[in-house]
Design a protein around this ligand. Structure first.
Ligand SMILES: Cc1cc2nc3c(=O)[nH]c(=O)nc-3n(C[C@H](O)[C@H](O)[C@H](O)COP(=O)(O)O)c2cc1C
Length: 144
């Protein structure tokens, strides 16, 4: 069994593209070592992250992530146990506004902000899983 957590948070002011790249490079290397997979979505002001791995690893990682000053107001949308990973070989996919724009028709982000999306856990899970259809995002970094 694997544990997953889906949470939302608010981006801190100091979290620019350079910080984003740092987060992703560190995450991908740590997650590869710890067998954690998932997806991080960033809008201008919010993060939405899905992480999955062994229960012990995920609890420990989430404890660290929650205390990271590059975001705040971390709120779990849903968590639980699953039999199979969803993001198999994605050490931490990433999508930001630039990646979301061309896909906007699909998720209508202009109408659904990530925080209102978070009110419905199953919509929110569908939202992150939809990124699997765009494999380029598995290794994506913010354009600098
Ligand atoms: C939104 C967000 C998502 C993060 N996701 C991960 C992650 O998936 N894996 C990870 O190891 N660190 C992640 N971090 C970074 C951790 O909070 C922490 O800085 C990092 O794990 C420390 O790694 P180190 O001990 O190798 O320096 C994330 C940070 C933020 C702000």
């Amino acid at each position: 069994m694997f544990k997953f957590i889906l949470y939302i948070s608010k981006v801190s002011e100091q979290c620019d593209d350079r910080q984003m790249t740092n987060i992703l490079v560190t995450s991908r290397s740590n997650n590869a070592r710890n067998a954690v997979t998932g997806m991080l979505v960033r809008s201008d002001s919010a993060f939405l992250q899905y992480i999955e791995g062994s229960e012990e690893t995920i609890d420990k990682l989430f404890w660290t992530i929650e205390r990271d000053k590059r975001h705040h107001s971390v709120k779990t949308i849903t968590d639980g146990l699953i039999e199979d990973r969803v993001f198999f070989d994605w050490e931490m996919g990433f999508a930001n506004e630039a990646n979301l724009q061309p896909l906007q028709w699909k998720w209508q982000l202009d109408k659904i902000s990530m925080f209102s999306l978070a009110d419905n856990a199953s919509d929110c899970l569908d939202f992150v899983k939809a990124f699997l259809a765009t494999p380029d995002l598995a290794h994506n970094l913010p354009a600098t």
